[in-house]
Design a protein around this ligand. Sequence first.
Ligand code: GLU
Length: 390
Amino acid sequence: MSGKTKAARAPSEGLGAAKRLVVKIGSSLLADEAKGAIRHDWIAALAEDVAELRRRGRDVVLVSSGAIAIGGTQLGLAGGAMKLEEKQAAAATGQIRLAHAYQEALERHGITVAQILLTLDDTVERRRYLNARSTIDTLLRLGAVPVINENDTVATNEIRFGDNDRLAARVAAMISADTLVLLSTVDGLYTADPERDPNATLVTEVRDITPEITAMAGDAPPGYTSGGMVTKLEAAKIAQTAGCAMVIVDGRRMRPLSALAAGAPSTWFLPKGEPRSARKHWIAASLKPAGVITVDDGALKALRNGKSLLPSGVTAIEGAFERGDAVSVATTGAEEVARGLSAYSAADARRIMGHKSREIQQLLGYRGRDEMIHRDNLVMLIDGGNEPGS
Ligand code: GLU
């Protein structure tokens, strides 16, 4: 709900509380709509903001769109709807110019820019995910500013994000960022479309993305494959569950990050808990569970309070999994509520389910862990999960 619930971080604290930020920049901010030319003055002003944050010891990652818009003009493709392969060709051309524009602007502040092109798979497949994360971590440690975009050349429809809102949210989750800023062409989420409804008001704070909030975003405009409020809410969900705050603010003004820090109108989506460890993010987002562990109400309550799963609260085991495999945790009503790595194989788990942990040695003939899934290896999937008292 929007409103006055106890917030992990009040909007008034805003950007000041951010230590590791991901800033997403939309195409329309970067490219002059009529001419498709790069707006160097805007980028130069943004670079001032980034430099200021860096001076204060903040980590900054930019996720920038614009390659297709800029490249399209360059190749004479702009004006009509581009086919996928034309977009890919446009991105290949535009990306060089885009990266160069950032390099030039940030170099003036002595900041090194690094280009990273990702696909959806890179945030899902374990090995690639780990590589991407450690590269970004290393760059940040060395003082560089990564500029990320989707690798449009290889990303076909089935495997592409298609929109940088969600890409930016995935990146934020991947690197355990605490703040995601979406620089947009609107102030934030309105109760209704402000262009059509004069009574529409700006929602300044969203805690949960309820059906009421989703309804405010309306439908994606026809023909749109990316952008719009719908994908921003999708991004917000990813960010929130990763423990990352997200804010939407109008980026058309010069130095939009300073404006945000100074209290420009915006919508903050509050995080659920602290940024998850990268390991937990990976457990939640990337694994195909090899089985299902059903738990009783008492165990469910314990999990919601951030406790580990003990064998005593388990009522059924499905599937054939080994120790260390990913499993789903479900209620007796078959609702998946969590995911985790099982400390026992399915066969052993069946033997110890419903029993006290101290009986494990007797039942299995060896002394295994007290927990069937340790809390460090467990991620709640449903709203309010893992937050004490929810
Ligand atoms: N990757 C696309 C580009 O650079 C942008 C996707 C989006 O705007 O969300 O042009």
